[in-house]
Design a protein around this ligand. Structure first.
Ligand SMILES: N[C@@H](CCC(=O)N[C@@H](CS)C(=O)NCC(=O)O)C(=O)O
Length: 202
Protein backbone atom coordinates (compact mmCIF):
# COMPACT_ATOMS: atom_id res chain seq x y z
CA UNK A 1 0.00 0.00 0.00
CA UNK A 2 1.04 3.60 -0.55
CA UNK A 3 -0.66 6.61 0.99
CA UNK A 4 -0.54 9.81 -1.06
CA UNK A 5 -0.54 12.55 1.51
CA UNK A 6 -0.78 16.31 1.78
CA UNK A 7 0.82 17.08 5.14
CA UNK A 8 -1.01 20.39 5.70
CA UNK A 9 -4.42 19.18 4.50
CA UNK A 10 -7.41 18.59 6.75
CA UNK A 11 -8.65 15.43 5.01
CA UNK A 12 -5.25 13.67 4.82
CA UNK A 13 -4.77 14.44 8.52
CA UNK A 14 -7.88 12.35 9.27
CA UNK A 15 -6.19 9.32 7.75
CA UNK A 16 -2.87 9.91 9.53
CA UNK A 17 -4.58 10.19 12.92
CA UNK A 18 -6.68 7.11 12.15
CA UNK A 19 -3.55 5.12 11.27
CA UNK A 20 -1.77 6.31 14.43
CA UNK A 21 -4.75 5.31 16.59
CA UNK A 22 -4.63 1.85 15.01
CA UNK A 23 -0.87 1.62 15.46
CA UNK A 24 -0.47 1.12 11.71
CA UNK A 25 2.31 2.39 9.49
CA UNK A 26 1.84 2.65 5.74
CA UNK A 27 4.48 3.94 3.32
CA UNK A 28 3.56 7.53 2.53
CA UNK A 29 4.35 9.91 -0.30
CA UNK A 30 3.80 13.63 0.14
CA UNK A 31 2.29 15.27 -2.95
CA UNK A 32 3.32 18.86 -3.63
CA UNK A 33 -0.08 20.48 -4.16
CA UNK A 34 1.42 23.97 -3.94
CA UNK A 35 3.33 23.14 -7.15
CA UNK A 36 0.23 21.55 -8.70
CA UNK A 37 1.55 17.96 -8.59
CA UNK A 38 -1.99 16.77 -7.79
CA UNK A 39 -3.23 18.26 -11.08
CA UNK A 40 -0.70 16.38 -13.21
CA UNK A 41 -1.86 13.46 -15.39
CA UNK A 42 0.03 10.92 -13.26
CA UNK A 43 -1.88 11.87 -10.13
CA UNK A 44 -5.20 12.39 -11.95
CA UNK A 45 -4.97 8.77 -13.07
CA UNK A 46 -5.17 7.84 -9.38
CA UNK A 47 -7.86 10.36 -8.48
CA UNK A 48 -9.48 12.33 -11.31
CA UNK A 49 -10.73 14.79 -8.66
CA UNK A 50 -7.12 15.77 -8.03
CA UNK A 51 -7.61 15.61 -4.29
CA UNK A 52 -5.78 14.04 -1.40
CA UNK A 53 -5.55 11.66 0.35
CA UNK A 54 -5.42 8.61 -1.91
CA UNK A 55 -4.57 5.09 -0.80
CA UNK A 56 -3.07 2.92 -3.52
CA UNK A 57 -3.23 -0.82 -2.97
CA UNK A 58 -0.54 -3.22 -4.07
CA UNK A 59 -2.58 -4.24 -7.15
CA UNK A 60 -2.77 -0.59 -8.22
CA UNK A 61 -6.34 0.04 -7.04
CA UNK A 62 -6.72 3.60 -5.80
CA UNK A 63 -9.11 4.55 -3.01
CA UNK A 64 -9.82 8.27 -2.68
CA UNK A 65 -11.95 10.03 -0.04
CA UNK A 66 -10.56 10.06 3.46
CA UNK A 67 -13.61 8.40 5.00
CA UNK A 68 -13.59 5.58 2.43
CA UNK A 69 -9.89 4.99 3.15
CA UNK A 70 -10.50 4.85 6.91
CA UNK A 71 -13.53 2.60 6.46
CA UNK A 72 -11.43 0.20 4.37
CA UNK A 73 -8.67 0.16 6.99
CA UNK A 74 -11.22 -0.34 9.78
CA UNK A 75 -12.47 -3.49 8.02
CA UNK A 76 -8.92 -4.82 7.68
CA UNK A 77 -7.89 -3.81 11.21
CA UNK A 78 -10.93 -3.68 13.48
CA UNK A 79 -8.94 -3.19 16.69
CA UNK A 80 -9.08 -0.82 18.43
CA UNK A 81 -12.54 -0.01 17.07
CA UNK A 82 -12.88 3.50 15.70
CA UNK A 83 -16.15 2.87 13.88
CA UNK A 84 -18.20 1.12 16.56
CA UNK A 85 -18.05 -2.41 17.85
CA UNK A 86 -21.58 -3.61 17.00
CA UNK A 87 -24.26 -2.68 14.47
CA UNK A 88 -25.89 0.02 16.59
CA UNK A 89 -22.60 1.50 17.64
CA UNK A 90 -21.39 1.60 14.02
CA UNK A 91 -24.63 3.32 12.97
CA UNK A 92 -24.10 5.94 15.70
CA UNK A 93 -20.56 6.57 14.53
CA UNK A 94 -21.79 6.85 10.93
CA UNK A 95 -24.56 9.23 11.96
CA UNK A 96 -22.18 11.50 13.84
CA UNK A 97 -19.40 11.30 11.27
CA UNK A 98 -21.83 12.43 8.58
CA UNK A 99 -23.25 15.19 10.77
CA UNK A 100 -19.82 16.48 11.67
CA UNK A 101 -18.62 16.33 8.09
CA UNK A 102 -21.67 18.15 6.73
CA UNK A 103 -22.26 20.64 9.55
CA UNK A 104 -18.74 21.40 10.75
CA UNK A 105 -15.97 20.13 8.49
CA UNK A 106 -17.44 21.11 5.10
CA UNK A 107 -18.34 24.67 6.22
CA UNK A 108 -14.83 25.18 7.67
CA UNK A 109 -13.38 23.85 4.40
CA UNK A 110 -15.65 26.35 2.56
CA UNK A 111 -14.23 29.23 4.61
CA UNK A 112 -10.72 28.10 3.65
CA UNK A 113 -11.59 27.47 -0.01
CA UNK A 114 -13.34 30.80 -0.49
CA UNK A 115 -11.06 33.03 1.56
CA UNK A 116 -7.74 31.19 2.01
CA UNK A 117 -4.49 32.25 0.35
CA UNK A 118 -3.75 28.70 -0.86
CA UNK A 119 -6.80 28.61 -3.15
CA UNK A 120 -6.39 32.15 -4.53
CA UNK A 121 -6.13 31.80 -8.29
CA UNK A 122 -6.77 28.04 -8.11
CA UNK A 123 -10.57 28.22 -7.71
CA UNK A 124 -13.17 30.95 -8.15
CA UNK A 125 -13.38 32.35 -4.65
CA UNK A 126 -16.72 33.83 -3.59
CA UNK A 127 -16.12 35.82 -0.40
CA UNK A 128 -19.85 35.74 0.43
CA UNK A 129 -19.72 31.95 0.62
CA UNK A 130 -16.88 32.18 3.17
CA UNK A 131 -18.78 34.82 5.14
CA UNK A 132 -21.98 32.75 5.15
CA UNK A 133 -20.18 29.59 6.28
CA UNK A 134 -18.28 31.51 8.97
CA UNK A 135 -21.52 32.97 10.34
CA UNK A 136 -23.49 29.73 10.10
CA UNK A 137 -20.79 27.89 12.04
CA UNK A 138 -21.60 29.93 15.13
CA UNK A 139 -25.04 28.31 15.35
CA UNK A 140 -23.56 24.90 14.61
CA UNK A 141 -20.98 25.21 17.39
CA UNK A 142 -23.68 26.16 19.89
CA UNK A 143 -25.59 23.00 18.93
CA UNK A 144 -22.50 20.81 19.19
CA UNK A 145 -21.53 22.30 22.54
CA UNK A 146 -24.95 21.36 23.95
CA UNK A 147 -24.62 17.83 22.49
CA UNK A 148 -21.34 17.35 24.36
CA UNK A 149 -22.83 18.37 27.71
CA UNK A 150 -23.55 14.79 28.69
CA UNK A 151 -21.06 12.65 26.84
CA UNK A 152 -17.31 12.45 26.61
CA UNK A 153 -16.87 12.07 22.86
CA UNK A 154 -18.90 13.06 19.80
CA UNK A 155 -20.60 9.69 19.20
CA UNK A 156 -20.68 8.40 22.78
CA UNK A 157 -18.30 7.26 25.50
CA UNK A 158 -15.53 6.19 23.09
CA UNK A 159 -13.18 8.07 20.77
CA UNK A 160 -14.23 7.37 17.17
CA UNK A 161 -13.99 8.46 13.56
CA UNK A 162 -16.48 11.25 14.33
CA UNK A 163 -13.98 12.78 16.78
CA UNK A 164 -11.18 12.54 14.23
CA UNK A 165 -13.25 14.36 11.61
CA UNK A 166 -14.23 17.03 14.12
CA UNK A 167 -10.76 17.63 15.58
CA UNK A 168 -9.20 17.94 12.11
CA UNK A 169 -11.92 20.44 11.18
CA UNK A 170 -11.26 22.55 14.28
CA UNK A 171 -7.52 22.55 13.63
CA UNK A 172 -8.27 24.13 10.25
CA UNK A 173 -10.92 26.29 11.95
CA UNK A 174 -8.20 27.85 14.11
CA UNK A 175 -6.19 28.68 11.00
CA UNK A 176 -9.15 30.39 9.30
CA UNK A 177 -10.26 32.36 12.35
CA UNK A 178 -13.18 30.22 13.43
CA UNK A 179 -11.98 29.00 16.83
CA UNK A 180 -14.19 27.29 19.38
CA UNK A 181 -15.51 30.16 21.53
CA UNK A 182 -14.16 29.89 25.11
CA UNK A 183 -17.68 30.09 26.57
CA UNK A 184 -18.54 26.81 24.84
CA UNK A 185 -17.20 24.85 27.77
CA UNK A 186 -18.18 21.34 26.65
CA UNK A 187 -16.73 21.72 23.19
CA UNK A 188 -13.61 23.31 24.67
CA UNK A 189 -13.22 20.42 27.13
CA UNK A 190 -13.66 17.89 24.32
CA UNK A 191 -11.16 19.65 22.02
CA UNK A 192 -8.55 19.82 24.81
CA UNK A 193 -8.95 16.09 25.42
CA UNK A 194 -8.76 14.92 21.80
CA UNK A 195 -5.85 17.18 20.92
CA UNK A 196 -3.93 15.90 23.96
CA UNK A 197 -4.00 12.35 22.57
CA UNK A 198 -0.54 11.16 21.47
CA UNK A 199 -1.90 10.69 17.94
CA UNK A 200 -3.21 14.23 17.50
CA UNK A 201 -0.14 15.49 15.67
CA UNK A 202 0.22 12.50 13.36
N1 LIG B 1 -13.84 14.64 0.35
C1 LIG B 1 -12.41 14.51 0.15
C2 LIG B 1 -11.81 15.91 0.18
C3 LIG B 1 -10.34 15.92 -0.19
C4 LIG B 1 -9.77 17.33 -0.28
O1 LIG B 1 -10.50 18.30 -0.49
N2 LIG B 1 -8.44 17.41 -0.14
C5 LIG B 1 -7.75 18.68 -0.20
C6 LIG B 1 -6.78 18.80 0.96
S1 LIG B 1 -7.57 18.85 2.52
C7 LIG B 1 -6.93 18.76 -1.48
O2 LIG B 1 -6.50 17.75 -2.00
N3 LIG B 1 -6.65 19.97 -1.94
C8 LIG B 1 -5.75 20.20 -3.02
C9 LIG B 1 -6.40 20.88 -4.19
O3 LIG B 1 -7.66 20.98 -4.21
O4 LIG B 1 -5.66 21.28 -5.07
C10 LIG B 1 -11.82 13.60 1.24
O5 LIG B 1 -12.46 13.44 2.29
O6 LIG B 1 -10.76 13.00 1.02
Amino acid sequence: MLLYDLPAGMHPRRVRIFLAEKGLTIPTRAVDAAQGENRQPEFLRLNPMGRLPVLQLDDGTAIAESLAICRYLETLHPQPPLWGSDALDAARVDMWTRRIEQQVSDPIAMVFLHSGEFYRGRVTQVPEVAAWARQNLLTTLTWLDAELADRRFIAGPNYTMADIVAQCAFVLGKAVGRRIPAEQAHLTRWFAEVTARPTARA
